[in-house]
Write a protein that binds this ligand. Structure first.
Ligand code: NDP
Length: 445
C-alpha cells in the first residue's frame, strides 16, 4: 500500500477537508501491515474504495424564524459505507458543520459500527444550523424543513440517523414526526427516540456509560479499576453527563466539566444533585459552565482554559474534535495520568495521541470507547423490530457486554510484542477486517 500516494490523491480530491484527511491517515497508518499481509485487499482495491463515501447528499434548508425572517442553512447526509448493514450515524447541528467534518465522522463511524458486532454501516449528517438561542418553535420549523428533504434518503432498512452535538431527544422528536407524516409509517427510522414512542431505555446515557465501562476494562488489564480515581471530564453535554454518572457509580471522583468558555474545577466531586444541576444548565440552552460555581461555591471557574491542566488519574475528553493538543497531553502525562478514554469523536490531535502511545499509558480512541452510543442505538432498532421494550437492566447488561467485547477485539488486534495494547491499531484493524471482507464477498458493485 502506497500510503503517501493515497493521501496525496485524497488531498487533491478533497481540498479544505483537514479533519477528513486526518481521520483517514490515522486509520490507514494502523492497518498498513494487515493490508500488506493480505494481498486480497490490494487485489480488490479495498483502500481506495473504503475511503470514498458511497454518496454525499447536500441540500438547502429554508425556515422562518420567530420574527418572520426567512433563514437558509445547509443540510447534509454522508452515506459512507453499507457493506455490513444499513447506514447508521448521528446528525449534528452546529455552526461548525461542514461537508469535510461530516466525512470525517462518517468515515470513523464505519469502523466504530463494525466494532460493535451489530449489523450497521457508517454514515453521518447534520447542518450548520445553530440551535443556541433559538426558540422551541424555531427548532421545530428547522427540523421539519430539514426532514422535508432528508426523508427521501432514509428508512429503517436504508439509513437510520440518530443524535449528536445539538441534536437530542427534542430534535429527534420533531424530525421523526415530520418523517412519519411524509412517509405515512411509524417505523424505527431514528434512534434516540422518546421512551413512549419507540426509544430505548439507557440510550441517553449509553455513550458515557460505555466510555467508562471501556476505561474500566483498560484499567483491569493493569489490575486496577475506576474506584478511587480522580477523573477530569470535558464538555457538559450528553456524553459528559453519562460519563460522570457512571464514573461516580464506579467509585471515582469527577472534578471537572467544561464549555467553550472555560472549565470548572470542583475538588469535592461532581455528583448527586450537582449532576442534576448539569442537566438544568444544559436545558437553559447556554454555552457557559460558569454558573455552576455560583451554585456550588467550592468550585472554581478557569476562563478560556481547558481541564487538561488539572492533576488526574483518568481523563475523559467528551466535548468535540481536536480539543486536546500536544501541550495538554504532555500536561496530563506530567501530572501522572494513567488512562485517557475518548467520549467524543477524535478529541485528541494526532500529536497528543502520539504522546500517549509513546508514554504507553492506557489510551482509547473514540471509535472504540464511545461505541456504546451507537451500539445501544442498534439495541433500540432490535427492540423496534421485535416490537417490545427491554428493561433498563437488560439494555445496560447488553451494553456492558458489548463494551467488553469491543475491548477484547482491540486487545486481540492491538497487542504489541512487549505486551502494550495499542487500542488505536486494535480498533482500526478489528473494524476494518469485517468491513473489507464483506466488501470483497459482495463484489464490485
Ligand atoms: P452535546 O451537544 O450534548 O455536548 C457537547 C458539549 O461539548 C457541550 O457541553 C458543548 O458546549 C461542549 N463544547 C463544544 N465545543 C467545545 C469546546 N470547544 N470546548 C469545550 N467544550 C465544548 O453533544 P454530545 O455530548 O452528544 O457529543 C459530544 C461528543 O461525543 C461529540 O464529539 C460527538 O460526536 C461524540 N459522540 C456522541 C454520541 C452520542 O450518543 N451523543 C455518540 C458517540 C460520540 P456548548 O453546548 O456550549 O457548545
Amino acid at each position: 500500500m502506497n500510503l503517501e500516494k493515497i493521501m496525496a490523491d485524497l488531498e487533491k480530491k478533497n481540498p479544505g477537508q483537514p479533519e477528513f484527511l486526518q481521520a483517514v491517515k490515522e486509520v490507514l497508518e494502523t492497518i498498513e501491515d494487515v493490508v500488506t499481509e493480505n494481498p486480497k485487499y490490494e487485489a480488490a482495491n479495498i483502500i481506495e474504495r473504503i475511503i470514498e463515501p458511497d454518496r454525499v447528499i447536500k441540500f438547502k434548508v429554508q425556515w422562518m424564524d420567530d420574527k418572520g425572517n426567512v433563514q437558509v442553512n445547509r443540510g447534509y447526509r454522508v452515506q459512507f459505507n453499507n457493506a455490513i448493514g444499513p447506514y447508521k450515524g448521528g446528525c449534528r447541528f452546529h455552526p461548525s458543520v461542514t461537508e469535510g467534518g461530516l466525512k470525517f465522522l462518517g468515515f470513523e463511524q464505519i469502523f466504530k459500527n463494525s466494532l460493535t458486532t451489530l449489523p450497521m454501516g457508517g454514515a453521518k449528517g447534520g447542518s450548520d444550523f445553530d440551535p443556541k438561542g433559538k426558540s422551541n418553535a424555531e427548532i421545530m420549523r428547522f427540523c421539519q424543513s430539514f426532514m422535508a428533504e432528508l426523508y427521501k434518503y432514509i428508512g429503517p432498512d436504508t439509513d437510520i440517523p440518530a443524535g449528536d452535538i445539538g441534536v437530542g431527544g427534542r430534535e429527534i422528536g420533531y424530525m421523526f414526526g415530520m418523517y412519519k407524516k411524509l412517509v405515512g409509517e411509524h417505523t424505527g427510522v431514528f434512534t434516540g427516540k422518546g421512551r413512549g414512542w419507540g426509544g430505548s431505555l439507557i440510550r441517553p446515557e449509553a455513550t458515557g456509560f460505555g466510555n467508562v465501562y471501556f476505561a474500566e476494562e483498560m484499567l483491569k488489564t493493569r489490575g486496577d479499576s475506576m474506584k478511587g480515581k480522580i477523573v477530569t471530564v470535558s464538555g457538559f453535554g450528553n456524553v459528559s453527563w453519562g460519563s460522570i454518572i457512571k464514573a461516580t457509580q464506579l467509585g471515582a471522583r469527577v472534578v471537572t466539566i467544561s464549555g467553550p468558555d472555560g472549565y470548572v474545577y470542583d475538588p469535592d466531586g461532581i455528583n448527586g444533585e450537582k449532576i442534576d444541576y448539569l442537566l438544568e444548565l444544559r436545558a437553559s440552552n447556554q454555552d457557559i459552565v460558569k454558573p455552576y460555581t455560583y451554585e456550588f461555591p467550592n468550585a472554581q471557574f478557569f476562563e478560556g482554559k481547558r481541564p487538561w491542566e488539572v492533576k488526574c488519574d483518568v481523563a475523559l475528553p467528551c466535548a468535540i474534535q481536536n480539543e486536546l493538543n500536544a501541550q495538554d497531553a504532555q500536561n496530563l502525562i506530567n501530572n501522572g495520568v494513567i488512562c485517557v478514554s475518548e467520549g467524543a469523536n477524535m478529541p485528541c490531535t494526532p500529536e497528543a495521541m502520539e504522546i500517549f502511545l509513546k508514554a504507553k499509558i492506557l489510551y482509547a480512541p473514540g471509535k472504540a470507547s464511545n461505541a456504546g452510543g451507537v451500539a445501544t442505538s442498534g439495541l433500540e432498532q432490535t427492540q423496534n423490530a421485535m416490537k417490545l421494550n427491554w428493561t433498563a437492566e437488560e439494555v445496560e447488561d447488553k451494553l456492558h457486554q458489548i463494551m467488553i467485547n469491543i475491548h477484547e477485539a482491540c486487545v486481540k488486534y492491538g497487542k504489541d510484542e512487549d505486551g502494550y495494547v495499542n487500542y488505536v491499531k486494535g480498533s482500526n484493524v478489528a473494524g476494518f477486517i469485517k468491513v473489507a471482507d464483506a466488501m470483497i464477498d459482495q463484489g464490485v458493485i
